[in-house]
Design a protein around this ligand. Sequence first.
Ligand code: 3UK
Length: 546
Amino acid sequence: MIPSGHLDTFARDSLPPREQWPDFLFDLPERRNPDRMNCVVELLDRWVDSGHGDRPCLIDAAQSLSYAELSERVNRIAGVLTRELGLVPGNRVLLRGPNSPTMVAAYLGVIKAGGIAVATMPLLRAKEIAYPVTKARIDLALCDHRLAEEMEKARTLAPRLRRVVYWGNEGGDSLEAMMARSETTFTACDTASDDVCLIAFTSGTTGEPKGTMHFHRDMLATCDTYGRFVLEAKPSDRFIGSPPLAFTFGLGGLVLFPLRIGAATILLEKTTPDDLLAAIGRFEASVCFTAPTAYRAMLSKLGESNIRSLRKCVSAGEALPKATFDAWLAATGIKILDGIGATEMLHIFIGSPESEIRPGATGRPVPGYQARVVDELGAPVAPNTMGRLAVRGPTGCRYLADKRQQQYVQNGWNITGDTYRMDADGYFWYQARSDDMIVSAGYNIAGPEVEAALLEHPAVAECGVVGAPHEERGQIVKAYMVLRPGYTGDHALTKTLQDYVKATIAPYKYPRAIEYVATLPRTQTGKLQRFELRRTAGEAAHKLAS
Ligand code: 3UK
């Protein structure tokens, strides 16, 4: 490895052993990395230094910051961290706040100073905040003052956190007050391109969250692969979206991609579908990042809104059903770019540009990445055969001190835990999370396929399909359904929907049980919580039996 710019070597020391790393591909000329690099110089300072400091960079309800103004804030924060708070390169800094210009400035300030950013979802509770503090050995936090209550509770659980600085509050000890005392310039820490700059914790649905470690070079790698060859946004674009900046989907879509090309980004604290739609109109956003469920929710509200400025839409986090793709295209003329990404991979590694999309498929590997479908032993399977998705590229999985590294990385490939099928043309078709496959009377059934079929029926707003325990069949396919206004969940509708599925996909996949609900359980990153539905289904089956 290149000599580190870190004095605190915790992150490098906690990397998995080399033989457990995935293979990294740097075969594109633009992917060869200089030895020394601080990604904030490339993402931000470069624009100011080349005379583009006046370009709009961050926009929110209160203000618009230019690249030069953001750069000044980042420098002030980096100065506060190193001079006033004693940050040493390599130290981890916890970041907590809703998406906002200050959150972005804090992220970039930490990284410019040679620190390692560890952002956490705003809604986390004390226990969930304490976990990364302990695991990543964090001494210092920057936090929106509105999240102080839970933050202070977390401190009692994780006493190593010696200092929390709040922003947005009054008083001489606020981040803003410290920034005012700090200098407007800051020389970026001379980090190695393979120094860690981000530890992103997975929003683990099962087990303890895993800390994924990413290097300075990775921040640029995702921009120069997905951003450059699939998204193809322009400097005049205005980015917008709902994912939190603590989720790498949001970090990439709302910070890295726009800054890499000198574009502007709109930061929203509230990101319900209504908020998002209104903000697209108000700020004339042109590139939108959100989850499939948000596109579905926005569809029914397009009538009242103005989204003429929109030209590109990215969907990730869950599979984008063909019905959603088709409906959005019909309503807006825009082909949603589906893409699969993962916290371990930093961002999207399979996804196709508009001109190459096959509706219903995730797409083809992003240039710079390779993907294949493999069997239990890791050997590639024939086209159109289901198997485990394996991927490698310029980014990849390195867990912070975690035994699960050897599950995610096998034979140099990242194994995402998804079941996929590749067609003869190299398009990848999502089936299910590998551990979400339903086995009913010996048949393997992928819940998302049944969901996609149900979503084509006009009565269905949202649905989640899981296996429910069943005496004879082992499991049966059970659908939880949110209906559109005007429909009633009665026996007649159940029969209609079951027949509809039987006529759309192989009949044995039809949901033998349908339950109507008001909402579906979702994670903060927009993913359906299938384990939650499985638990409900399990309890219901248990009650029936007893
Ligand atoms: C699932 C998808 C089908 C899949 C993410 C874009 O979701 C992100 O990261 P996470 O670590 O979850 C990873 C898992 O989510 N998934 C994501 N996208 C798709 N399944 N189609 C998709 N388009 O199971 C994957 O293994 O939360 C997404 C960018 C950055 C991210 N971190």
